[in-house]
Design a protein around this ligand. Structure first.
Ligand code: HEC
Ligand SMILES: [Cu+2]
Length: 338
């Protein structure tokens, strides 16, 4: 009997505490801040958790005392009207106000800091919520688009970033928990927000406003890197696509046009000018496919092209059947789009 007991004990108590601990760190956790805004939010959240836990415990203890006394001393004298009035004033007015007012004030003041307008010299990036992926445009000082990519947002560490958030369909919400709070993306409106990443790393962003069947698979990677790496990356993103280097890749380029991919996708430097799907000019440089749904490896790429509806049902990319040699050639072309 004893051994049985000890075998389930660690499961019952161990699993929840392990999962509680692991929830605090990671690439998609507001409790593992890597930016000033996320730090402010975490600094407010922890005291709230502690105080809320204490208040819950206090209420439960009082409840238990009440139940206990009701059973034990059925004949006990009820509180005098003065005692019960004092109890209501202390427990019903003073205690709740002394807990909520400080939190309301600090939450208000943190909110003002979080939503302060970005400085004028901030790097401007336009992010458009699509169904169900993220279109990303880097803007120059005059607001012109200099590079376009999708589902992978790169920023230089320590630099203020100004985000222009939009949607061309329903409401989405832009959220990188390790870096900052959520900002909604509204159709017909530009929501401006700012952020600064303090620690280099690759974090995961997630759409935080339910937007349809594949809301859960509407994610992206947030890459915070040194100024030097970022500048090199941006310069490369601004270039047109590389020309195919092998005969097979050149054939793959033909397959791309014959299969109708160009009606939805752009490859800058070619006649592919579609705008319904992600820009594929530098596809091979991205870490994931289909809004951080699968890693960007050749097998997943082939699987995505032939049957995207299996990976992401109801997404706006149709399946394409083609002979194996054509698919190989197409993959070799796409893999060359560094
Ligand atoms: C009707 C429009 C349409 C056609 C035609 C189409 N696609 Fe797509 N494609 C999309 C959309 C929309 C997405 C984004 C899906 C998502 O993530 O929800 C996408 C995503 C992709 C991606 C992932 C890009 C990324 O960065 O995540 C690749 C690669 C791709 N398509 C390649 C192709 C190829 C190759 C063809 C031709 C065989 C093709 N597509 C035909 C609309 C289309
Ligand atoms: Cu969503």
């Amino acid at each position: 009997m004893a051994s049985r007991k000890s075998s389930w004990l660690p499961v019952v108590f161990g699993l929840p505490s392990i999962s509680l601990l692991t929830a605090c760190s990671g690439v998609q956790s507001s409790l593992d801040p890597a930016g000033a805004a996320a730090q402010l939010i975490a600094d407010l959240w922890w005291p709230m958790l502690v105080v809320a836990t204490l208040v819950t415990a206090l209420v439960l203890i009082l409840l238990l005392i009440g139940i206990f006394r009701a059973y034990r001393h059925r004949s006990a004298r009820p509180l005098s009207s003065r005692q019960s009035r004092n109890l209501v004033i202390a427990g019903g007015i003073i205690l709740p106000l002394s807990v909520t007012i400080p939190f309301a004030l600090s939450s208000f003041s943190i909110g003002r800091t979080l939503y302060a307008p970005p400085p004028d010299n901030a790097l401007a990036i336009e992010v458009i919520g699509k169904r169900w992926w993220w279109e990303i445009h880097y803007l120059d000082k005059s607001g012109d688009r200099i590079a376009t990519t999708a589902n992978e947002l790169h920023v230089p560490v320590g630099e203020p970033i100004k985000l222009l958030l939009k949607s061309d369909n329903v409401i989405h919400s832009f959220w990188v928990p390790n870096i900052q709070g959520k900002t909604d993306m509204m159709p017909g409106q530009v929501n401006v927000t700012s952020l600064v990443a303090d620690e280099p790393g690759v974090y995961r962003g997630q759409c935080a406003e339910y937007c349809g069947a594949q809301h859960a698979l509407m994610a992206f990677l947030f890459v915070a890197e040194s100024e030097e790496d970022f500048n090199a990356w941006l310069e490369q993103q601004a270039q047109p696509a590389l020309m195919p280097e092998t005969a097979q890749a050149a054939q793959g380029r033909e397959v791309f046009f014959d299969a109708g991919c160009a009606s939805c996708h752009s490859i800058r430097g070619s006649r592919a000018q579609g705008d319904k799907g992600p820009d594929l000019t530098h596809l091979a440089g991205r870490r994931t496919l289909a809004a951080a749904t699968v890693p960007n490896r050749i097998g997943h790429l082939g699987g995505w092209i032939t049957d995207p509806q299996h990976i992401k049902p109801e997404s706006l990319m149709p399946p394409t059947e083609m002979p194996p040699d054509d698919l190989k050639a197409l993959l070799s072309y796409l893999e060359g789009l560094e």
